[in-house]
Design a protein around this ligand. Structure first.
Ligand code: KE4
Length: 425
């Protein structure tokens, strides 16, 4: 078996940057990525036969740990009947029934093959339903890589967006208003400046793509109120937080009812899946019933549905979330205590099995304060943990994830490693 170094050299010749998704390239923390040949429970085994305790959990899906026997068995059973039919299949119905049961705001749901497709489709649906073109998103929130959503304002609250990515026409950027997260005045000003023009507001209600940031008390309720007042749809992007923060996602924990919700990750059990759903009157605007077109060759794929159903079935018992919160608190406390003893400023926002570590004494509440974190110190911390067998997201601006498989030895060992890494900073 080739080593990670040999594999990366070959990959680099044929795949841009040697990776199929940029964040995997270690560009923001330096060094070369390792290749993984297998994953079980809380650990990854690399092509170099290193065993790592994994806090990326394939960016969220592996809430039960990697290669869970129940998910494996479900995929194997479905595989006996074929891999893809291109027709409706029984698994899709069961998946839809589970999603609707777990997230009451979702009355109808459409499956996709990625979170990007889910948010892109939800935006198009909101524009079709409201017959308005502008959308509001928040700096620091990531909703996948569709053109309307890869937009970030310059400074200021009411700036017309400037594309973060090359290749996005300025005409697209003009339709996306980017606001600071946790800023009520910015929201009020944006709606006042664009009367009757905002189709929707899309938000990661708990941000997981700028590190982990939670909203100020009352902010989400304010957002729900102002969108309803102005006839704009409220879209919760719960691709990351759905079934993770709570069985019903952030909306269950916060008691907010969005008009549409985007899902992904956990509902695929590790296979490619996304979904979007919500109010029936809005969802019925989708083809073949309505004028908003949306489609996908592998949407509702039987293997992916079987894996996702097995994953969701293991979440029916809500006690899972108490376990995940205990694990998250244990990790947070280990880092905070070590940093205090070392006299290092640190913020460790954590809710259940999502967390991040910012090296700053400023409470992190939005993109600007997140950037105040000492990225150099994070990089040193990241590599010290990795050298001792603990793998964190290779970026200071991502969330960490914990699975039920971390319970016991893995979390205890990880806490030791992280505390030692802090002490060595
Ligand atoms: P995908 O298209 O990657 O399945 O989902 C896009 C997406 C949408 N919404 C939220 C809140 C998300 O977090 C994501 C994807 N998350 C990243 C992690 N920061 C995926 C990892 C990657 O890009 O490789």
């Amino acid at each position: 078996m080739s080593s990670s170094e040999q594999l990366f050299a070959r990959a680099f010749q044929l795949i841009p940057g040697g990776v199929n998704s940029p964040v995997r390239a270690f560009r923001s923390v330096g060094g070369a990525p390792f290749f993984v040949k297998s994953a079980h429970g809380a650990t990854l085994t690399t092509a170099d036969d290193r065993t790592l305790i994994d806090f990326v959990c394939t960016w969220g899906p592996a809430i039960h740990g990697h290669n869970h026997p129940a998910i494996k068995a479900a995929i194997a059973a479905a595989l006996e009947n074929g891999t893809s039919f291109g027709t409706p299949n029984p698994y899709e119905v069961e998946m839809a029934e589970l999603i609707v049961k777990f997230i009451p705001s979702i009355k109808k749901v459409r499956m996709t093959s990625s979170g990007t497709e889910a948010t892109m489709s939800a935006i198009r649906l909101a524009r079709g339903f409201t017959k308005r073109d502008k959308i509001i998103k928040f700096s620091g929130c990531y909703h996948g890589h569709s053109d309307s959503l890869l937009i970030k304002a310059g400074s200021g609250a009411l700036t017309h967006g400037h594309p973060d990515s090359a290749g996005i026409p300025a005409s697209f950027a003009r339709e996306t208003v980017v606001l600071p997260y946790n800023d009520r005045a910015a929201l009020e000003a944006a709606f006042a400046a664009n009367p009757g023009q905002i189709a929707c507001v899309i938000i990661e209600a708990y941000c997981g793509n700028v590190g982990f940031i939670m909203p100020d008390a009352g902010y989400l309720a304010f957002l729900r109120e102002i969108t309803a007042k102005h006839g704009a749809l409220l879209i919760f992007d719960e691709v990351m937080t759905g079934f993770r923060i709570a069985r019903g996602g952030v909306q269950e924990r916060e008691g907010i009812t969005p008009d549409l919700t985007c899902l992904g990750k956990i509902i695929g059990g590790g296979l490619p899946v996304g979904a979007f759903g919500g109010r029936a009157d809005v969802m019925d605007y989708l083809a073949p019933l309505g004028p908003v077109y949306q489609a996908g060759t592998l949407s509702g794929n039987p293997l992916a549905m079987a894996a996702g159903i097995a994953s969701l079935r293991m979440l029916e018992n809500r006690h899972v979330y108490a376990t995940l919160d205990t694990l998250g608190s244990q990790l947070r406390d280990a880092v905070v205590v070590a940093a205090k003893a070392r006299g290092i400023p640190v913020q460790v926002p954590q809710c259940g099995s999502m967390f991040s570590i910012f090296f700053t004494d400023t409470p992190v509440r939005d993109y600007d304060t997140a950037l105040k974190g000492d990225a150099k110190r994070f990089t040193k911390f990241f590599h010290a943990c990795l050298a001792s067998g603990v793998y964190l997201a290779p970026s200071a601006y991502e969330a960490g994830f914990i699975s039920t498989a971390h319970n016991g030895e893995a979390i205890d060992r990880a806490c030791e490693v992280m505390a030692d890494a802090i002490k060595a900073l």
